[in-house]
Design a protein around this ligand. Structure first.
Ligand code: PRP
Length: 202
């Protein structure tokens, strides 16, 4: 049996949609249930940011999660397949009437993705103070908490509605099928067979 950690929300729903196609039957968690057992698979319903943690500690053999979350977590996991959905970018956002420039001694950057942000600015040797937030990131520049933000842009609507614009893309993201390294060796055939079936329906 394979245990697969899925994030709540769109990416998790799309992942279950793949299994619906493979087995030609509905796959859905019952309301408030966190485990779903079907066709020899056990699905776990977890917070997106927790998917790599479940897989890394082998509480799940496999997981589906955005590349942005994988890059932010930085855990040693096997990236098996780019599933192609859940596309978004991680972008620098600034006020719509401003221009992106780095001529001040330091900038305040609000984000929930501290590691991606730190890596990006240190590679560019741009000094920044990172302000860690947990949501509503777009608010920070509007009230002077930060000069800019680093956040997920999907349609761009959230930034637009809040008087911001994406000024630079740091990375592109989509959903990935990932595996625990030990599970990958112990259950290699089973996992590769599943990957093959997923590729066929994508
Ligand atoms: C993300 C992100 C933006 C929004 C961007 O939040 O933080 O607020 O989506 O999407 P858009 O470009 O289509 O407007 P998410 O919905 O993942 O919720 P969270 O902030 O609670 O993680």
């Amino acid at each position: 049996m394979l245990t697969i950690a899925l994030p709540k929300g769109r990416i998790g729903d799309d992942a279950l949609g793949i299994f619906e196609k493979i087995f030609s039957k509905p796959f859905a968690f019952e309301e408030r249930k966190l485990i779903l057992q079907m066709e020899g698979f056990r699905f776990l319903r977890v917070r997106s940011q927790d998917v790599p943690t479940y897989v890394y500690h082998q509480a799940a053999d496999l997981g589906v999660v955005g590349l942005d979350v994988l890059e932010e977590k930085g855990l040693d996991l096997v990236r098996l397949l780019d599933l192609g959905f859940g596309r978004c970018s991680v972008s620098i956002g600034i006020k719509a009437d401003e221009e992106l420039r780095f001529d001040k001694p330091s900038y305040k950057v609000a984000t929930k993705m501290e590691n991606i942000t730190r890596r990006f600015f240190s590679q560019k040797a741009i000094p920044v103070e990172i302000i860690k937030l947990y949501g509503s990131i777009e608010l920070a520049p509007l009230v002077g908490l930060a000069d800019m933000i680093v956040d997920i842009v999907e349609t761009g609507e959230t930034m637009k509605q809040n008087g911001l614009k994406p000024a630079l893309d740091i990375m592109e993201s989509s959903a990935y099928l990932i595996a625990n390294t030990n599970s990958f060796y112990a259950k290699k055939e089973e996992i590769l067979r599943l990957r093959q079936r997923i590729q066929e329906v994508l």
